[in-house]
Design a binder for this molecule. Structure first.
Ligand SMILES: [Zn+2]
Length: 69
């Protein structure tokens, strides 16, 4: 199940990007989620289902309500 995401949230995926980074910034929210690699700046689009499968954790949430959970 995908947690509630906000734009600019920083998330960590289970597998590293080829550049070596595990961390991504949320740049688009919709039916698909847009992520930007924090190291190389590459952008990808993942479906919510795919992201739920790959997501390890939300490192930094911009939404106070999700920070408490
Ligand atoms: Zn990268």
């Amino acid at each position: 199940m995908l947690p509630e995401l906000q734009l600019d949230d920083i998330i960590r995926l289970r597998k590293p990007h080829p550049c070596g980074s595990y961390e991504w910034r949320v740049v688009r929210l919709g039916a698909d989620i847009g992520l930007e690699c924090l190291v190389c700046g590459r952008r990808v689009l993942l479906s919510r289902r795919e992201l739920a499968h790959r997501l390890k954790k939300v490192v930094l949430s911009n939404d106070a309500s999700t920070r408490q959970s």
